[in-house]
Design a protein around this ligand. Structure first.
Ligand code: AMP
Length: 397
């Protein structure tokens, strides 16, 4: 089903290979606090090194917005990557990303050498898909490999623009793996196929809900977005997160689910508190009886039971978005219980990136899931059924 060329389809020996990686790792006090994304790039990089390519790596990190912010330099990534690869990674530092020292470093490379460029978002043109920057990147290379799944939903210079100035444009292993898991889940799932959607807002997931209702056998809704569905059913939601302008949409989704024969589950109880805080008393109420001065911050114990029951026989589970405010210990239970149950299930479990991935890691369950996506936004856009621009730019098989 993955109909794009990959690094297995090309010969890189002696060639200059520009690899767009996703090194957008979280930093804390100048240190990388989670190197998952760097580790995830290794299969592609090792293969290209073993095949004698001359690797020029690039990535963005954070949002420097065209300014060379030192705290968002990729220097720490070069160091960590070098440790992980067990070989030197030359950091071609240049606030302009490209330039004479970069060209010189590239010209000095021998087969299997690795050079890392500075944060592509130091250049304002990057996020505008600026042609000059795209060409400058393309001039460094004979081949372009895009392995940055986490940025595949963005048409930027280093993901899309550059591709039109290089003859050979292929996917790395990570990009392929991500698309294979997500694509197989939605296009050819082992059934029953159950999706679990949570997180804060209905508005950020409207297309996903719509699209998944075409594909799944059951759709489970939790998190802040659930309360709009609860109100659409006539429940009282107090001070809970609510998007009034999506009440009609929520009603339509109930109708659509009925029409398609899909079970659309919303919570039956919820943990409420008077404030958005871990330091105030909380208690459990029925979902449609939330007092006016309280807000729902997690799914309740009856909902946990109901959802685990609904997941029990699933053969494919796709999860995106936490069930409650999992960052606060008092409201993490719903997300944790569901994660624990999924971890023990005999099903293909696919965790969308972002907060659900963070939650699964927080609970130490990452090794028990089939696939944890490295791209939150990208996996969500993929699940809206739209083609990702970074993927569209790759050569077809
Ligand atoms: P999103 O970025 O839309 O996936 O939302 C993730 C965020 O939703 C997390 O930071 C959660 O704390 C938050 N969240 C989950 N449940 C609730 C809730 N009941 N009320 C407010 N925020 C929530």
């Amino acid at each position: 089903m993955f109909n794009k060329k990959t690094i297995d389809d090309i010969n890189v020996k002696g060639k200059r290979v520009l690899v767009r990686c996703d090194f957008n790792v979280p930093m804390k006090e100048g240190k990388i606090s989670d190197d998952t994304r760097i580790v995830a790039s290794l299969p592609t990089l090792k293969k290209l090194i073993a095949d004698g390519g001359r690797l020029i790596l690039c990535s963005h990190m954070g949002k420097p917005k065209g300014e060379p912010l030192p705290e968002l330099s990729l220097a720490p990534v070069a160091k960590r990557l070098s440790e992980l690869l067990g070989k030197e990674v030359v950091f071609a530092k240049n606030d302009n990303v490209v330039g004479d020292n970069v060209t010189a470093a590239v010209n000095n490379m021998k087969d299997g050498d690795v050079v890392l460029l500075e944060n592509t978002r130091y250049r304002a043109e990057e996020t505008k898909n600026g042609e000059n920057f795209s060409k400058e990147l393309a001039d460094l290379a004979d081949i372009f490999v895009n392995d940055a799944f986490g940025s595949a939903h963005r048409a930027h210079s280093s993901t899309v623009g550059v591709a039109s100035f290089v003859d050979t444009v292929v996917s790395g292993y990570l990009m392929k793996k991500e698309i294979d898991f997500l694509g197989n889940a939605v296009e050819d799932p082992k059934r029953p196929f159950v999706a679990v959607l949570g997180g804060s807002k209905v508005s950020s997931k409207i297309s996903v809900i719509d699209y998944l209702l075409e594909k799944v056998d059951a759709l489970i809704i939790g998190g802040g977005m659930a309360y709009t569905f609860v109100k659409a059913r006539g429940g009282k939601v107090g001070k809970s997160l609510l998007e009034d302008e999506y009440l009609d949409y929520s009603k339509k989704m109930f109708d659509k689910a009925k029409e398609k024969g899909v079970k659309l589950l919303i919570p039956v109880d919820t943990v409420v508190a008077k404030e958005f805080s871990n330091d105030v008393p909380n208690h459990v109420v029925k979902i449609d009886e939330i007092p006016d001065d309280e807000m729902g911050l997690d799914i309740g114990p009856e909902t946990v039971k109901l959802y685990i029951e609904a997941l029990k026989d699933a053969k494919t589970i796709l999860w995106n978005g936490p069930m409650g405010v999992f960052e606060m210990s008092n409201y993490a239970k719903g997300t944790q219980e569901l994660a624990k149950a999924m971890a023990d299930m005999d099903a293909i479990t696919i965790i969308g990136g972002g907060d659900s991935a963070a939650a699964v890691k927080q609970f130490g369950l990452e090794d028990k899931m089939t696939h944890i996506s490295t791209g939150g936004g990208a996996s969500l856009e993929f699940l809206e059924g739209t083609e990702l621009p970074g993927l569209a730019a790759l050569d077809n098989k």
